[in-house]
Design a protein around this ligand. Structure first.
Ligand SMILES: O=C[C@H](O)[C@H](O)[C@H](O)COP(=O)(O)O
Length: 240
């Protein structure tokens, strides 16, 4: 694969780096699993961006689907690509969710939330009959935890919540963007927590959830059915 290609977005030419190409490969491959009439969970992130773009092309050719977006950003992208949307007031069960991840371990357990959308993503994925994760190969790890675990917390008393979480073996960092505290789509804060070692992810998730003030963790345990990996050599689909 060429490691750089030119492409256009918003009318401007830009160079697509190899990492973006791998994301594009994985993101676009996922649409092959979408069938006419499906109700979809639309994940978040720069890999899913390519899924949404491809999906928009298929919708223009007549594919009949509806999607529940897992973030405001995804909602905006879906609208701009012409992907029809619905919400949980109208549907309870989704046929398929397609989402990104920050880390994927050999058991298909994930760290998610690098973009701050973990709560809505977890709700969407939990409501889906099948979950496909799309990543570039850099996200595949033998053990979760190099990527700081995002934990969404209620703003009130976040300092106290953070100090309880730190007792579990990490130093929580309040997420900021451009010197401003990052606020999730749900109006909450994100603590990025680099643990010394994540031994058993499912246990850590439960222990964090017991802390008052925690809304959700970015550990997605046992929710994934298939992983599509974009690599230099092409795209690989791994079934559970
Ligand atoms: O909150 C963000 C999500 O969990 C994303 O799916 C995750 O961060 C992966 O994003 P990307 O595909 O941009 O690497």
């Amino acid at each position: 694969m060429n490691n750089k290609v030119t492409n256009t977005r918003k009318g401007r030419r830009f160079i697509m780096e190899e990492a973006d190409l791998k994301k594009k490969l994985a993101g676009e491959k996922a649409v092959e699993y979408i069938k006419d009439g499906m109700t979809l969970g639309l994940g978040s992130g720069s890999t899913v961006y390519w899924t949404l773009k491809k999906l928009g092309e298929l919708v223009k050719k007549g594919l009949d689907i509806k999607g529940v977006p897992s973030s405001l950003r995804t909602e905006g992208w879906a609208q701009s690509f012409g992907v029809p949307l619905t919400d949980f007031q109208k549907v309870r069960q989704l046929d398929l969710a397609i989402d990104g991840a920050d880390e994927v371990d050999p058991h298909f357990n994930l760290i998610k939330g690098g973009g701050g959308s973990l709560v809505r993503e977890k709700i969407v994925n939990a409501a889906s009959n099948k979950v496909i994760i799309v990543v570039d190969e850099s996200k595949i790890v033998t053990r979760l935890g190099k990527f700081a675990l995002p934990i969404e917390v209620v703003p009130f008393g976040w300092e106290v919540t953070a100090s309880y979480i730190s007792e579990l073996g990490c130093k929580p960092i309040l997420r900021k963007r451009e010197n401003q505290v990052f606020v999730s789509n749900n109006g909450n804060y994100i603590l990025d927590c680099l643990f010394d070692k994540i031994e058993i992810a499912s246990e850590l998730h439960l222990r964090i959830k017991e802390v008052v003030g925690v809304v959700e963790t970015g550990l997605f345990i046992g929710m994934t059915d298939m992983v599509i990996v974009g690599m230099s050599s092409g795209v690989q689909t791994i079934n559970k």
